[in-house]
Design a protein around this ligand. Structure first.
Ligand code: GAP
Length: 481
């Protein structure tokens, strides 16, 4: 089995991630997180919150709705611009994203080309339907927005499922700015669902139609950039792939300011984003890729993708974006709503720096880069902060007062840690099952425990066991995190 197939197989078998509504025949591009997967995801989200929201006292998390009125997306430009090019086969009905099709054939990226340019390339390279080998129809634009009817009869209105969480903070900006004493910078984060009617969802949770984003919108005055503790990170090295470079170059933050022409304020938040990936143990798989003018989202002045080199696909995949969206959004919302969103005393609206993380792609990256094999067993060597449990507790055998003692230890540890308990089957199988889902530590209660109040503590990655006094167990486990 390939690396990817092994990963998906464990996800399905162990209730990590699986297709939604399977018993009725799933819609493609919709996935559920099971008990193990949701815990990994929840922990990733908690780590993201802790990392980014503590960067400034005026950064906050909010929760806004997933269905929003049409005017929101008139103002943001999504109704006009949020399309993907579709290649449709008139013979067998196959529908694929035209730029991805070309990428699969020619091994280059074609994102951002016009339908005219894509049609010319399809003709030039004689690209036909991969299923029936017949020519496609002319490539057209296909909207990614899901529309919904809200209300009944004459009151019915067309609304849309948000394609990014970002529009929530923009529409809530006026109230939040006032509620937070009219201070800039103001950071508004949302961790929540986004929806896109992708033409061809693929690669498991990499491209889906319903997904989770963790996005932070930082509103600031462009004429007086917020102060950041740049001195603390000026020697920290960023892993960059600027336009024109063939491979990653490592530049200190200070060098990156000179090389990119971006102010320290922006480079600081790039460093914070990379530090988060480092916390997740993904640094060696990570790079920032600078996008060309054609590739950039229509609203961005600076645009770098955060990419992970994924073993499953043998290539770099975008997991997050660093976007300087300027005044694009607030200006649009002010125009369409006829409301003033200005900085007090100035005749312009705040600018926005957006850190936009795709949660599902980050979870996939964690699983993919940490899928390891020892002997003939595959397991996820997840960093402890995102493991689904901190520690497992097992009685060596399910008799002779060992389960009772093990359960006592389970209840005393689970006031501090997330603890897994299992007393059925052989101890070898139980270790293998918790290794597989990435639990970093396992405590085993054996006959010696009954004599001297010690247990064994086993490390997932090495399989090594040490003997620990029960009253020192808490500190020993905490030391791993
Ligand atoms: N607010 C900006 C924004 O949404 P984006 O580059 O379109 O920017 C941000 O999306 C992140 O959301 C991506 O880096 C990716 O991780 C995730 N994402 C986007 N489309 C996705 C999809 N169809 N399925 C899963 N994740 C997706």
């Amino acid at each position: 089995m390939s690396h990817f197939d092994t990963l998906v197989d464990i996800c399905l078998k162990r209730g990590i991630i699986y297709p939604d509504s399977e018993i009725h025949g799933s819609l493609s591009g919709f996935y559920d997180y099971g008990s193990i997967g949701y815990e990994i995801k929840r922990r990733w989200e908690e780590a993201w919150r802790k990392h980014f929201l503590k960067l400034h006292p005026n950064f906050h998390e909010i929760q806004t709705t997933t269905i929003m009125p049409m005017n929101v997306f008139k103002a943001s430009g999504h109704l006009e611009h949020f399309y993907d090019p579709i290649a449709e086969c008139p013979h067998c009905g196959t529908k694929v994203r035209a730029d991805h099709l070309l990428e699969d054939y020619l091994g280059e990226k074609f994102e951002g080309l016009t339908t005219k340019e894509l049609n010319e390339l399809m003709k030039k390279h004689n690209i036909v339907c991969p299923k029936c080998k017949k020519p496609f129809k002319e490539i057209e634009n296909f909207t990614l927005m899901f529309s919904v009817d809200v209300g009944a009869g004459d009151d019915k209105k067309v609304a849309y499922l948000r394609p990014e969480t970002a529009q929530g903070p923009y529409t809530a900006f006026k109230r939040e700015f006032r509620a937070n004493r009219e201070k800039l910078p103001l950071g508004l984060a949302i961790i929540g669902k986004a929806f896109r009617n992708e033409i061809s969802p693929r690669q498991f949770v990499i491209r889906t139609r319903e997904f989770t984003q963790a996005e932070l919108q930082i509103f600031f005055d462009p004429e007086s950039l917020p102060e950041v503790p740049f001195d603390k990170i000026k020697a920290y090295k960023l892993r960059l792939l600027p336009q024109g470079e063939k491979g990653i170059i490592e530049l200190t933050c200070e060098e990156a300011v000179k090389r990119t022409g971006m102010e320290p304020f922006f480079i600081y938040f790039m460093a914070m984003s990379q530090l988060f990936m480092e916390k997740m143990g993904l640094l060696e798989h990570f790079r920032f890729k600078q996008l060309s003018d054609e590739e950039k989202a229509f609203y961005n002045k600076y645009h770098w993708d955060l990419e992970i080199n994924m073993p499953s696909f043998g290539k770099w995949i975008e997991v997050a974006g660093f976007h300087y969206r300027t005044d694009h959004d607030l200006r649009g919302h002010a125009e369409v709503s006829k409301q003033k969103l200005n900085i007090p005393g100035k005749n312009y609206v705040p600018h926005v720096l957006e850190l936009s993380f795709g949660v599902d792609r980050n979870i996939f990256a964690l699983l993919d880069c940490n899928l390891k094999q020892k002997k003939d067993q595959w397991y996820f060597a997840l960093p402890p902060i995102v493991a689904p449990y901190d520690v497992a507790v097992f009685p060596l055998v399910n008799k002779d007062r060992l389960p009772e003692r093990a359960r006592e230890i389970y209840y005393s540890l689970n006031t501090t840690f997330k603890v897994f308990y299992d007393d059925s089957g052989s101890i070898g199988r139980r270790y293998a099952r918790v290794d597989e889902i990435g639990v970093p530590l396992a405590v085993t209660v054996d006959f010696q425990t009954l004599e001297d109040d010690t247990v064994t503590l086993r490390d997932r990655d090495t399989g090594n066991q040490i003997r620990v006094e029960i009253n020192k167990l808490n500190d020993k486990i905490a030391g791993v995190f």
